[in-house]
Design a protein around this ligand. Sequence first.
Ligand code: ATP
Ligand code: MG
Length: 180
Amino acid sequence: MYLKRLDLQGFKSFPEKVKLEFNQGVTAVVGPNGSGKSNVSDAVRWVLGEQRAKSLRGDKMEDVIFAGTENRKPLGFAEVSITIDNQDQKLPLAYTEVQVTRRVFRSGESEYRINGTACRLKDIQELFMDTGVGREGYSIVGQGRIDEILSAKGDERRRIFEEAAGIVKYKTRRNEAASK
Ligand code: ATP
Ligand code: MG
């Protein structure tokens, strides 16, 4: 499983449609300060279901929508699609390529799709559970995250190991069953 492609439209500093293709192995994103490098990694976390505007370096979710510049009007929605190569079937779906899409409008309403079919945020969270990908996954290591893990308290650190061990979905299902 690897990140194949990222499509952005109206997300933060990307008003126009942008397609970023990635290969297996290491990809480095380089550019001057303020050119949008961190916005690319924000887009990955956002499309995977990030709900905390602060963690996307904004105050409210609307801040991910292109806000306009001197000679360009603000946009009404932002959309990001992430395409993952799933030839190894690490994601529990019978597709060799999985595309997850999220769109948000200024009203705050979000829409999610998996391979073009509308779904719930929960479906996306479940799809990536225990894969290391996803909002809480260890596949994205943000600034300060290493320190956070090192200084984490027992419970919090255990959650990181549980995700790596692949047992989060069982715990989630058990808790759901227990609360019914
Ligand atoms: P650095 O090297 O300093 O880390 P960077 O390449 O990571 O920089 P980003 O933080 O990704 O840069 O991009 C910051 C830019 O994105 C700023 O110019 C900011 O104005 C712009 N930006 C963020 N949100 C929006 C938005 N909603 N609409 C338009 N521009 C935005
Ligand atoms: Mg940055």
